[in-house]
Write a protein that binds this ligand. Structure first.
Ligand code: G3P
Ligand code: CA
Length: 290
């Protein structure tokens, strides 16, 4: 009894929910063999990436899962943007012409709120903003969608994992329902991912990359998914991943990126992947169902 009580206490302290966590399942209504589809940076083929408009566009396409990229401002706000510079996806060069190279980490949240993150994509999106993580989580929840969240460039933001977990908690994303089936945290940075797992052992995590098969068991100690670029994949590699169990005792899964055309979608489906991350999730979904 004492051992059980100590284990339960340690799990609670770690923020864990051992025993209830499952990797995401295919959405209801999808054929059993079809991999689930994740809208990359939102439905970013159709709306400006990492904006709320891209989340909503995925929702209108009936895509349950959206992927995003989390970084941190100079004053500690978590924001959704892919590049470490704001230059490509906002009008920061016009608004702050003397602040090259316009790094996210050098701007305050109030400054970033002034930026237009939509006009670069098209006039219909003029005025779209760089969302905060809080705003983003609220919109995904409102749409009853699910989130594949990337910790982007964590080496630039020491301690960002703890900040992310704090926002997830305050926004209600660490309750059992979200943790069990609506949230996956991924990163290219193994140390960052390990830190997320250690700080909240219940969370489903994914490593971005294609580790050597011999190294996969090391990753499986703290991840549930291995998420490689699709051009690096083979049927044999997917089978090697599937032979292992991930951090929560389930089969280690594979979600691959960024697949935008029908031929590639059919190819990775043939490899046996579990998930496909796409800028054009409707195209990929149709190809894989066909
Ligand atoms: O989700 C996979 C993908 O987002 C990783 O690459 O550069 O688009 O963040 P990137
Ligand atoms: Ca990403």
């Amino acid at each position: 009894m004492l051992t059980l009580a100590v284990t339960a206490t340690l799990t609670a302290l770690a923020g864990g929910t051992a025993g209830v966590v499952q990797p995401p399942a295919a959405p209801a209504g999808a054929p059993a063999a079809a991999p689930f589809v994740i809208a990359h940076r939102g439905a970013s083929g159709y709306a400006p990436e990492n904006t709320l408009a891209a989340v909503d566009r995925a929702h209108r396409l009936a895509v349950d899962w959206v992927e995003n990229d989390v970084q941190r401002t100079k004053d500690g706000e978590l924001v959704i943007v892919h590049d470490d510079s704001l230059a490509r996806t906002t009008n920061v060069e016009q608004v702050f012409p003397k602040r090259a190279p316009w790094k996210v980490k050098d701007f305050t949240a109030a400054e970033i709120r002034r930026l237009d993150a939509g006009s670069w994509f098209g006039p219909a999106y003029a005025g779209a903003r760089v969302p905060t993580l809080k705003q983003y989580l609220q919109r995904v929840d409102h749409n009853q969608q699910k989130l594949l969240m990337e910790v982007k460039n964590p080496a630039l933001y020491p301690g960002i994992e703890k900040d992310i977990l704090r926002v997830l908690r305050t926004q209600g994303w660490l309750d059992a329902a979200h943790v069990r089936s609506r949230l996956v945290v991924q990163s290219f940075d193994a140390a960052s991912l390990r830190s997320v797992h250690q700080q909240h052992t219940g969370l489903v995590t994914g490593f971005l990359g294609t580790p050597k098969v011999a190294d996969l068991p090391k990753y499986a100690a703290y991840t549930d998914q291995i998420n490689p670029q699709h051009t690096t994949l083979s049927k044999q590699y997917v089978a090697a991943v599937h032979k292992l169990k991930g951090a929560h005792g389930q089969r280690l899964r594979v979600s691959t990126w960024t697949v935008d055309d029908s031929a590639s979608a059919k190819k990775v489906k043939g490899f046996g992947v579990d998930g496909v991350i796409s800028n054009r999730p409707d195209v990929v979904r149709a190809a894989m169902r066909g």
